[in-house]
Design a protein around this ligand. Structure first.
Ligand SMILES: Nc1ncnc2c1ncn2[C@@H]1O[C@H](COP(=O)(O)OP(=O)(O)OP(=O)(O)O)[C@@H](O)[C@H]1O
Ligand SMILES: [Mg+2]
Length: 296
């Protein structure tokens, strides 16, 4: 752990960043996975990080989560410069990470998973099962998650329910920042909508949310701020006011690259290639559940 510098205050903006990266870089041997990445996570806001395969999204969150260290630039947590040497250190600073392949024990019950690693003890060797079940039930109810039987193995729940339980757990154990790595990637439309609702609940509980996704529709439904990574660099960094869903979709679809590709293909076989500028971005991927409007 190091706390040598403090973040310059002029970048504080309307709400001070809980976590801020400045010109961060990370290389794995001679592969430069991230270069000059700057972004911030603010209390009560959802920062969406979008990018194609290999863009550097997982590398970015692994740095925040303490799995890897960055080797250029700076990272500030609550204004202090930090290098995490383990996930425990990141968690200790209030940063909870929910991975897509959740770190849950599938055969253990819902309540047991909720308290995994934070069990309430009773006596010298025992566990206070009654308290854990009660608190788990109360916390899930607070989040509007209905699981009739908390003794059920968590592996029998849907992917969306598991994501929601992981979010509720992070909030209960006092996370200040929650990082969600593609939480909706493996989910259908309806379940994605449910997870997006809990992202908004985490935001309303005052957490800074980092939402990693490939899906601009999902991002736009809940995001306050958008960062697009391409080949390890930030190619778009915009507040909700500064970007439309169409622009986000276009940027994610690789706007210019797609136009160049279309041009190339058309030269090979005119008449069979659709010009991307004539294609309207539909909303087939957008969940149909009612989500509250995103505030700034
Ligand atoms: N442990 C590693 N060792 C070497 N190279 C790595 C390692 N992890 C990632 N990379 C490389 O770094 C780059 C960024 O990878 P990263 O996994 O961060 O991308 P991503 O945006 O999460 O992609 P995806 O959407 O496929 O998950 C890629 O070129 C990848 O091959
Ligand atoms: Mg990844």
């Amino acid at each position: 752990m190091s706390a040598t510098k403090t973040a310059p205050t002029h970048e504080g903006g309307p709400t001070t960043a809980i976590l801020e990266m400045r010109d961060c870089g990370k290389s794995y041997g001679n592969i430069q996975a991230l270069r000059g990445v700057s972004m911030s996570v603010r209390q009560g806001k959802v920062t969406c990080v979008l990018g194609d395969n290999g863009a550097g999204k997982s590398t970015l969150i692994k740095i925040m989560a303490g799995l890897h260290d960055y080797n250029a630039g700076e990272m500030y947590v609550n204004g202090e410069e930090r290098h995490f040497s383990s996930p425990r250190e990141s968690l200790g600073s209030g940063i909870a990470t929910v991975y897509q392949d959740l770190a849950l024990a599938p055969l253990m019950s819902v309540w047991r998973n909720f308290f995994l690693g934070n069990e309430v003890k009773k006596g010298l060797f025992g566990m206070d099962i009654a308290t854990m079940k009660r608190v788990c039930g109360e916390e899930l109810t607070k989040m509007g998650i209905v699981i009739p039987d908390l003794d059920r193995p968590i592996g029998s729940l849907s992917g969306g329910q598991k994501q929601c339980i992981a979010i509720a757990r992070a909030i209960y154990f006092g996370a200040k920042v929650i990082i969600l790595d593609e939480p909706t990637a493996a989910l259908g439309v309806k379940q994605s909508g449910v997870v997006l609702k809990y992202i908004m609940k985490a935001r309303d509980a005052g957490l800074g949310v980092v939402f990693i996704t490939h899906n601009p529709h999902h991002a736009y439904l809940v995001g306050n701020h958008f960062v697009i990574l391409k080949l390890g660099r930030v190619v778009l960094d915009a507040h909700r006011d500064e970007v439309s869903l169409d622009e986000l979709t276009e940027e994610m679809a690789g706007g210019k690259e797609l136009a160049d590709l279309s041009h190339e293909l058309r030269a090979a076989d005119p008449g069979k290639v659709v010009d991307p500028s004539t294609v309207e971005h539909g909303s087939i991927d957008a969940p149909t559940v009612d989500l509250p409007k995103v505030r700034d």
